[in-house]
Design a protein around this ligand. Structure first.
Ligand SMILES: CSC[C@H]1O[C@@H](n2cnc3c(O)ncnc32)[C@H](O)[C@@H]1O
Ligand SMILES: [Zn+2]
Length: 433
């Protein structure tokens, strides 16, 4: 017998961006939406009340490094290059697998609390990330981040080979909620010879690729000095750009590069808060959308954001999108919400991001009963410009309730916080020894 759940008495954001009064009937075993229609409570084994609430697709955080919650507030107010070299990489050199497990659990609680149901993760000790995702009930596309600069040849090859092996080992884990990608950190931190050796194998295996692209002018200059072209052309020549590739940042993209990304059907994950905090620049989001590029949203790591609340990102994307385009009509409310939901699902290759029969049952229920969401002229406007992660009341992923009435069910939140504090203190102490 199928176990069914009905999300009842709320208003539902449809794929067409209408808001309708309806219930959502879910096959909890298959993790799939069965029907969106009024009065479905009687058809379900269990119900989740959405009175005075908006039922929307779960948010998709399409670029990040979950463990970096442990480094939240450790080093701020620096540009990317100084921040990584002076603070972050020395600390990460001391990371243990246990740190990754603890940091990812802390991230998972934060994601669930703010209505995110799927995320991408580029980091180390991926087995620990997968275990935390499995326990949390979330959906994720994970991968081992490859950096070959500063390594001798055997170590560099081993690092890239590990990313491929990890992608093969964990794909389909956690009842299929975990998918994988090979994740070279960036064009300038991985040697050309390693891309040439491994990318054909990755392509043959049909595994997606994910990397940072054109985040700062400095990184673009490094590729230009080495290869005489801009990084997008360099990546295209190496076979890195394809439909299942998703790149992070894309801050400094010229028109030709945007055209190349559109032609190759490569998605770009916009990370507005990280780009602002590290003063990396303003991404040409409206230009990318106009060219037909799929744009998703990501927080990046919590150390450059400094939270994992994708509603913040939504608002930042709409605001800075207007500034970058010098046009208040650019990156409008609906566009921003689409980037955080359907755009992210498309970039990560998940059949989520829409509330419709047949889609994954990944959704967030937003409590509308608060001062900052009053009055109700336009709920899509509220999602883009006024909603906070803390307004999320229930979170459902793959048909399972992960948070009910603001209580995260998979973890003891105090225990997660206590362990995170201990591990973060010990990590920083080791780094500063
Ligand atoms: C090789 S695992 C991922 C690697 O990326 C680092 N990182 C975190 N934020 C950023 C960013 O904005 N740009 C580039 N790299 C970043 C992280 O610390 C890990 O070392
Ligand atoms: Zn990143």
């Amino acid at each position: 017998m199928t176990d069914t759940l009905a999300v009842t008495d709320g208003r539902v954001l449809t794929p067409e961006f209408d808001v309708v009064r309806a219930d959502v009937l879910i096959d909890a075993d298959a993790g799939e939406i069965l029907e969106v229609a009024p009065d479905l409570a009687g058809d379900a084994d269990r119900t989740l009340d959405a009175t005075d609430s908006l039922v929307m697709p779960g948010l998709v955080n399409a670029h990040g490094h979950a463990t970096m919650t442990l480094l939240r507030g450790y080093a701020d107010d620096k540009n990317l290059e100084d921040w990584l070299q002076e603070d972050i990489w020395p600390a990460e050199a001391e990371l243990t697998p246990a740190d990754v497990g603890v940091g990812t659990r802390l991230a998972a609680v934060e994601l669930i609390r703010s209505g995110t149901t799927a995320f991408a993760d580029m980091y180390f000790h991926v087995g620990e990330v997968v275990e935390a995702v499995r326990e949390a009930g979330l959906r994720a596309r994970v991968g081992h981040g490859v950096v070959t600069v500063g390594k001798d040849e055997p170590a560099a090859r081993e690092d890239f080979a590990e990313s491929v092996a990890v992608a093969e080992e964990y794909d389909g884990a956690a009842d299929g909620r975990v998918r994988t990608a090979v994740m070279p950190h960036a064009p300038h931190t991985v040697g050309t010879e390693y891309f040439e050796e491994f990318v054909p194998r990755v392509r043959e295996a049909g595994v997606p690729l994910h990397f940072h692209l054109n985040e700062t002018e400095t990184y673009i200059e490094e590729i230009d000095a080495e290869a005489g072209v801009r990084p997008t052309e360099y990546a295209a020549d190496l076979g890195l750009l394809a439909e299942d590739t998703f790149v992070a940042h894309g801050v400094h993209l010229d028109d030709d590069e945007i055209e190349t990304l559109a032609e190759r059907d490569t998605s770009v994950v916009h990370c507005p808060a990280s780009n602002m905090k590290l003063a990396s620049g303003m991404a040409p989001v409206q230009d990318m959308l106009d060219a037909g590029v799929t744009v998703a949203l990501g927080t990046d790591g919590a150390a450059s954001n400094n939270d994992l609340d994708l509603f913040d990102e939504l608002r930042d994307a709409a605001m800075i999108g207007k500034l970058a385009a010098d046009d208040a009509a650019a990156v409008d409310a609906e566009t921003a919400v689409r980037m955080a939901t359907a755009g992210g699902a498309e970039a990560l290759g998940f059949d989520s991001g829409r509330i419709e029969a047949g889609a994954n049952a990944d959704l967030a229920v937003v409590d509308l009963e608060s001062v900052h969401l009053t009055p109700e002229h336009d709920l899509v406007s509220h999602l883009a410009y006024a909603t906070r992660g803390s307004d999320v009341r229930h979170t459902v992923c793959d048909g399972e309730v992960l948070m009910r009435d603001r209580e995260v069910l998979a973890f003891d939140e105090n225990d997660v916080r206590e362990r995170a504090q201990e591990h973060a203190e010990a990590l920083v102490a080791r780094a500063e020894e």
